[in-house]
Design a protein around this ligand. Structure first.
Ligand code: DX5
Ligand code: ZN
Length: 219
């Protein structure tokens, strides 16, 4: 049986009741907290920054998975370590010297992730896959929660899984954007290890039951 990790995206939480929503995730079967940092330059939206992550980290009792949608992420690697980050993901499209960036993340003793926009081919990672702990396949264009899932994602997951196996790497595959109970099982079957879910979890009547259902259907 698989253990697909579920990572609720805090972007969809109620920011006026953030502690309540964090405690909800702590009490649920969720595995990770997914934290979306947007700079209004790499993506056409600004989410939240360091003081908010610091506040989240004071209450969160699970792995902190930070998704940086910012230009020039190298400037902030040590800052995110200090804020309690366990997995730090940068965008392929934002890194001129990706290999160097990955080494800098690992030097801070965090897991190193690389996110790919929907148009970015997974083959571009062939020469660095052994240095990557997690690849985040964007299944929407980054910048906003609540968008619809791009169907080509399944083919990308299968292709990436084949690349990881060919290179004998132990890289995890994460899917981010538009994840619901309609696509979760097919994604897990295709090779996804971590599913991010924002609006589907926080918009549900019963988020705890929704998380439990995602865990169950992806086993
Ligand atoms: C999009 C973010 C996602 C987003 C997912 O740019 O990276 O993590 O919060 O939200 P949903 O699950 O609503 O698509
Ligand atoms: Zn994200």
């Amino acid at each position: 049986m698989k253990n697909t990790l579920i990572a609720p995206s805090v972007l969809a939480a109620d920011f006026a009741n953030l502690q309540r929503d964090i405690e909800m995730i702590n009490a649920s079967e969720a595995d990770w907290f997914h934290i979306d940092i947007m700079d209004g330059v790499f993506v056409p939206n600004i989410s939240f920054g360091m003081p908010v992550l610091d506040a989240i980290n004071k209450h969160a009792k699970k792995t902190i998975d930070v998704h940086l949608m910012i230009v020039d992420p190298d400037r902030y690697i040590s800052t995110f370590k200090k804020l309690g980050t366990d997995v730090l993901t940068v965008h392929y499209e934002a890194c001129t010297h990706l290999h160097r960036t990955l080494q800098a993340i690992k030097a801070e003793e965090m897991k190193a992730g690389v996110a790919l926009n929907p148009h970015t081919n997974v083959d571009l990672l062939e020469d660095v896959i052994q240095d990557i702990d997690l690849v985040c396949i964007m299944s929407v264009n980054p910048g906003f929660g609540g968008q619809s899932f791009i169907e080509n994602t399944y083919a990308k997951v299968e292709k990436l899984k084949a690349l990881i196996n060919k290179k004998n790497a132990s890289t995890l595959i994460e899917i981010d954007g538009g994840v619901t109970n309609k696509n979760a099982k097919q994604l897990a079957d295709a090779g996804a290890d971590v599913l991010v879910a924002g609006s589907y979890v926080f918009g549900a009547q019963d988020p705890i039951a929704t998380i439990a259902d995602l865990k169950k259907i992806t086993k």
